[in-house]
Ligand binder design. Sequence first.
Ligand code: AMP
Length: 399
Amino acid sequence: MTAPTPHVLVINAGSSSLKYQLIDTATDESLASGLIERIGSPESVAHHTVDGTKHDKEVECLDHGQALQILSNAFQEHGPVVTAESLIAIGHRVVHGGATFATPVVIDDDVIAAITDLIPLAPLHNPGNLAGIEQARIAFPSVPQVAVFDTAFHATMSPAASTYAVPKAWREEHGVRKYGFHGTSHAFVSRRAAALTNLPVAEANVIVLHLGNGASACAVEGGTSIDTSMGLTPMDGLIMGTRPGDLDPSLPGHLSRVAGLSLEDYDKALAKESGLQGLTGSADFREVMTGYQAGEPEAQLAVEAVVHRIVRHVGALAAVLGRVDAIAFTAGIGENNAVLRELVMLRLGILGVVADEAANNSAEGEALISADSSHTQVWVIPTNEEGEIAQQSATLVAS
Ligand code: AMP
């Protein structure tokens, strides 16, 4: 009998899209990746990339079951071969694990029921994640399915960090507390930051700035999360593409009284119409930065507010950590936008940060962007959430 290939299929299923990646966990190599967009519409689009070639196809994809079929067909048509025998696991990204899941778990009916119970904490995310899981179990019934939670990395936060000072009944009956998100990214990037600064993970204090369409900052002490900017839901903290981050908690009551806003209107406005979208009319940071550089007042205010918010959170997390060895920029904006990184670094003199302008402007892949004289090292570190999910899934099924 030949040993199974250590391949993990990583699935990140949203309500209307499904991203996937096939990873060889022995080498960390990504063998193929894909995206099925507009699930639920007769005019969906499927993209499958293998060996550097992207294959695009218009398909009908009315539900997640069809999405799994399209995924299987893409592997059959363009490779590589994916069968129940070639996979050691399917790793699913699940956004909210609440207080129930502090580690990845092999999925069974009880796990599905528990993730279903957590839907009220992540109504925009957990239902899509669950649909992906259920259909992958049907498509690959003999392959172990693993759930890796965005919240799990933050389970190490102390009660002092995770407690909201609200009535006891809210906390005890409804799980109201800070959970934090982007855990697989913060785990991966903070480990790389420790390695790059030549410190054992157990001794490195790192602040990770995950700046993408969603954005969060995390204080990582000795490999564990001790505080983070997101809270009960992925809404709190930094200014994001369409979400506002920090707000005064009295806002829903105020808007209900003065503008008659319903809770549904309020939730929708915060999820889809706030952040960069609310400030400039565009949720895409590239467009906002173009406006900033052209001197457009709205874009200038937006970038200044984004920078101010990041600096304020870095300051708070630095105080919580007590000592900062490295700061790491990651995700779409953090990895690609040198101007934003420079604006942030210029404001971090309190941590002894000295930017290396040339290194920052030419950064590609993993790059040190602070000067030799900088008291705190600053790095760009591309995140690898799929790779982290694959590794965590492989480790779990091997144990
Ligand atoms: P993510 O959610 O990590 O995919 O990041 C999405 C965000 O990254 C969007 O706001 C993009 O505009 C932004 N982004 C991607 N590439 C670049 C780039 N080259 N320069 C600036 N922002 C970028």
